[in-house]
Design a binder for this molecule. Structure first.
Ligand code: SAM
Ligand code: SF4
Length: 326
């Protein structure tokens, strides 16, 4: 069967699947008032997820990322990981997490087939971490990250959203952290979403100056692998760890897009900041034909735009990234 491709010659071997919108953190840029349930949510069931993954795998899915909300709050997470890892065609099962249950469960997830984990850590300073996330769990999460690094996963990466005035002076501490840890810390430029416009104005910081300071300090840009994500990665001979920059406002950010998203209730989203999503859920029921799902995926790809409209302040239908699986 033909692999998914769009009008701009891009292929889509990568799916980010949100397992639920709920989260126990209150990150100031994402869910500052915490997750607010709207009625009784009906997240995709394990069976629906299984059918979804078989459909996507039939049209070229090789890498799956489980995200949310906070994916580790799903009580059936280990079973979902195992089902994903057993799906023919899927080579990598990754997850993005706030790390709250990392210490307790990383070995179980690894044994079920998890290959890689990205942990969000906006500050190494426990008090700042508390102020940004609403939870005083920084030290616990750092311990979980060290456990993950020792657990034999293919990759453990860290995500820190770059926030002007809140965490933009921690480079010396991060460098020490990375000296002997084989991980990549990715600084993500704050993105504007429907709900965070004022916050964005106050705290958005372009990463250009940070990148220049890395170059000045002897870090060098690592050549991009063909299937690399959007991060520009820097390495330094004195440090085991690397530093990545994810700059969604940079000129060519969308040119290498290779990913699709499915929300926790089964809507296909062609772009993080798209204007619409169509429900795949009716195509995931036990009597549904997988051929129908794959033909909808092919025809939807024809509608994918060349890039997002963030530069014009168009954040699409995304109120916050927890609603789509950032
Ligand atoms: N709860 C998990 C976590 O925090 O890792 C997974 C979902 S979270 C929405 C995924 C990633 O999006 C996190 O690394 C988070 O820091 C990032 N994120 C959320 N809102 C963002 C925003 N407005 N701009 C940039 N990154 C954002
Ligand atoms: Fe929760 Fe992740 Fe959003 Fe923080 S960034 S509130 S951990 S979904």
């Amino acid at each position: 069967m033909a692999v998914l491709a769009d009008r701009y010659g891009r292929n889509f071997p990568y799916l980010r699947l949100s397992l639920l919108e709920a989260c126990n953190f209150r990150c100031t840029y994402c869910l500052p008032d915490g997750y607010q349930a709207n009625g009784k949510p009906r997240w995709l069931t394990r069976d629906e997820i299984g059918r979804l993954l078989h459909g996507f795998a039939a049209v070229g899915l090789r890498k799956l990322r489980l995200t949310g909300g906070e994916p580790s709050l799903r009580t059936d997470l280990t079973d979902i990981i195992a089902a994903a890892a057993a799906t023919p065609g899927i080579e990598t099962v990754a997850m993005t997490t706030n790390g709250i249950l990392l210490r307790r469960h990383i070995e179980r997830w690894r044994d079920a087939g998890l290959n890689a984990v990205n942990v969000s850590l906006d500050s190494l300073d426990p008090q700042r971490f508390h102020a940004i996330t609403g939870h005083d769990r920084g030290l616990d999460i750092l311990a979980g990250i060290d456990l993950a690094l020792a657990s034999g996963l293919r990759a453990v990466k860290l995500n820190a959203v770059l926030l002007r005035g809140l965490n933009d002076n921690e480079m010396p501490a991060w460098r020490e952290y990375l000296r002997d840890r084989r991980t990549t810390l990715r600084f993500i430029e704050l993105m504007q979403t429907g709900d965070n416009r004022d916050y964005f104005q106050r705290h958005h910081l372009r990463s250009d100056a940070l990148e220049q300071s890395l170059l000045d300090d002897g870090w060098s840009l690592v050549p991009r692998a063909v299937d690399a994500g959007p991060a520009r990665e820097y390495a330094h001979p004195d440090y085991l760890g690397r530093i990545g920059i994810i700059a969604p406002y940079s000129r060519d950010f969308c040119a290498g897009c290779n990913r699709l998203r499915v929300t926790a209730t089964g809507d296909l989203r062609l772009c993080l900041f798209g204007d619409f999503g169509i429900s795949l859920r009716p195509l995931l029921q036990s009597d549904a034909d997988i051929g129908e799902l794959t033909s909808v995926l092919h025809s939807q790809l024809g509608l994918k735009k060349a890039g997002h409209g963030l530069h014009e302040g168009n954040t699409g239908i995304t109120p916050h990234l927890a609603s789509i699986g950032g």
